[in-house]
Design a binder for this molecule. Structure first.
Ligand code: GZL
Length: 340
């Protein structure tokens, strides 16, 4: 409450002074007037603004539900949830709005890395701590308290190492291997990191060839559409690597439609990322051969960071979530205890 009264007084001064000490920039006035309209949040709650990417995948739904289950009123929080609707410009505007609403903390899951510098500067100027979660931003790290998420490059390396081991075990170490890569959203740190990790390992094998890499924006529908196009252009595919499970599920539909035999015992090796519960069912059936886990349960770490900041404690700048690799050989022993 005290912050709100201080801002009202500041706004009064701003408006009062505007007449005598020259023109205040329109932009500053707009932002300050935003604040005057800011809702008054009940001091007994910690108000957390959370800007989500959208609803592009099942992973995203699990990630969103984790925030909704964590930042509840009976746990002492008022959550202001904003769906970015897969539109980065909408996300940035929402961040300005949350600063203007004078929330206590802002958590951002950025669709893409770029375009965040100005609004993070604004949040810092207004002393509202920002936590970046899941995907990253290219902005100066001094503009946010910490980043929590997965090591996407390592995820890509883990996938390529599994492929290497599998081919060795199958006696195909020196065979020419043709790879199709379905990439996530262009500019998204999850796609950037996985592609970097995969490409670096693939380049170490002169007999591994990327036939084509196509963006399918992490969605099942685009995964199917893109794979249909690829199958029309390429018949000599040995491996399909999808940068998330949902695009792989769509690609599987396209391969089935084309009469291709994929998965364990088939002609096409299938590899993806996220390790959703649906992926475990696919691995148990042998349709999916490996899924590199990307843990969506991030809200609990974000809450710990907020509690540390509330107590005036320092927080680590980079906080990785724990994750593993699951395959068609070990899926059955894990499937019953998956949380998402
Ligand atoms: C990764 C996350 C990615 C998932 C996709 O942390 O950003 O976005 O891998 C999701 O399923 O859409």
């Amino acid at each position: 409450m005290k912050k709100y009264l201080a801002w009202c007084f500041a706004l009064f001064l701003l408006v009062f002074c505007t007449g005598g000490c020259g023109k205040v920039k329109e932009e500053v006035q707009r932002k300050e007037l935003y604040r005057a309209a800011a809702p008054v949040y009940d001091e007994k709650y910690i108000t957390v603004g959370f800007i989500q990417t959208g609803k592009e995948s099942d992973w995203r739904d699990a990630n969103t539900n984790d925030y909704l289950d964590t930042f509840t009123e009976d746990r002492g929080y008022k959550l202001v949830y904003i769906d970015g609707n897969s539109d980065s410009g909408r996300q940035v505007k929402a961040a300005y709005d949350l600063v203007a609403q004078n929330v206590d903390y802002i958590i951002i899951d950025p669709i893409v890395e770029d375009g965040w510098e100005d609004v993070l500067e604004f949040a810092k100027q207004k002393e509202i701590p920002v936590i970046i979660a899941d995907r990253g931003v290219s902005a100066d790290p001094s503009l946010y308290k910490c980043w929590i998420g997965s090591d996407f490059k390592t995820e890509g390396i883990k996938a390529a190492k599994w492929l290497n081991d599998y081919l060795e075990e199958s006696g195909r170490k020196d065979e020419d291997i043709n790879i199709v890569l379905l990439e996530g959203t262009k500019g998204a740190s999850a796609a950037i990191g996985r592609t970097e990790g995969l490409s670096g390992e693939i380049a170490k094998h002169k007999n591994w060839h990327i036939l084509t890499s196509r963006c399918a924006n992490f969605t099942q529908g685009e995964g199917r559409d893109v794979m249909e196009q690829v199958l029309n252009q390429h018949k000599d595919i040995d491996v399909v690597i999808s940068e998330n499970d949902n695009m792989m599920f769509g690609a599987m539909k396209a391969m089935e439609q084309a009469g291709m035999k994929y998965g364990a015992g088939g002609d096409i090796i299938t590899m993806s990322f996220d390790a959703l519960s649906e992926a475990f069912h696919m691995m148990k059936e042998g349709k999916l051969m490996v899924s590199v886990e990307c843990n969506p349960l991030i809200a609990g770490i974000a809450e710990e960071v907020i509690q540390d900041l509330e107590q005036g404690r320092e927080v680590g700048k980079i906080q990785y979530v724990k994750e593993s690799v699951f395959t068609y050989k070990n899926a059955a022993q894990h499937i019953d205890n998956r949380k998402y």
